[in-house]
Ligand binder design. Sequence first.
Ligand code: PGA
Length: 241
Amino acid sequence: MKLISAKNQTEMSRKASSLIIETVRSAPEAVLGLATGSTPLGTYQELIRDHSENGTSYGKVTTINLDEYVGLDADDPNSFRHFMDNQLFEALDISEQQIHLPNGTAENLDAECERYDILIKQTGGIDLQLLGIGENGHIGFNEPGTPFSSRTHVVELTESTRKANARFFERPEDVPTHAITMGIDSILQSQKILLLAFGASKAEAIKRLVHGGVSEDFPASALKRHDDVTLIADEEALALV
Ligand code: PGA
């Protein structure tokens, strides 16, 4: 794992966006794996700025998001699809057909998971997967204990994850109980992985990732089995490394 340190969240976001922009410029038909949450927000702002100032085009890019809540449709303000539209897609020259997230309102969720794995394969696979990390080491919604062999699947969210995500909802009880997430093996199939972390709340997880062993108790440790992972973290997240 390659480690790049950044002074703060702003610098982390600049460095992350540079890598993504480089990917898209050298391969205009790149398949980008994207994430939601607070971690990538600054990076998305930088992509938007670059798109408007330098004209980097997403006209041929395909995006595949990590996860979506079960029960929320694309128009729901709390859905990840809505988040992505607001934070990134609406500001880029990317069309509806190029954007992919799991369908959280599919009637048959197992069939939807299978469809998503097939879709990822049909795109030719993800060139660059952007990831955040949970305080408990989760990646996507793959909580501790998830088999490293997992593909896209439905998960019941842990109380701690529902609490951490409650800040995006009007009432804590509105946070859905289930989500569809790409599995750990689905993530590891990506050509390159870009993991981001900022802030003191991530310091323990980053310490365990860098210094700890590989175990299903700590999902992010699976990334040590991938040979092209870049971790960009700020000084606070790196404080215990
Ligand atoms: P965050 O979440 O980006 O909101 O910190 C990351 C995660 O839980 O995967």
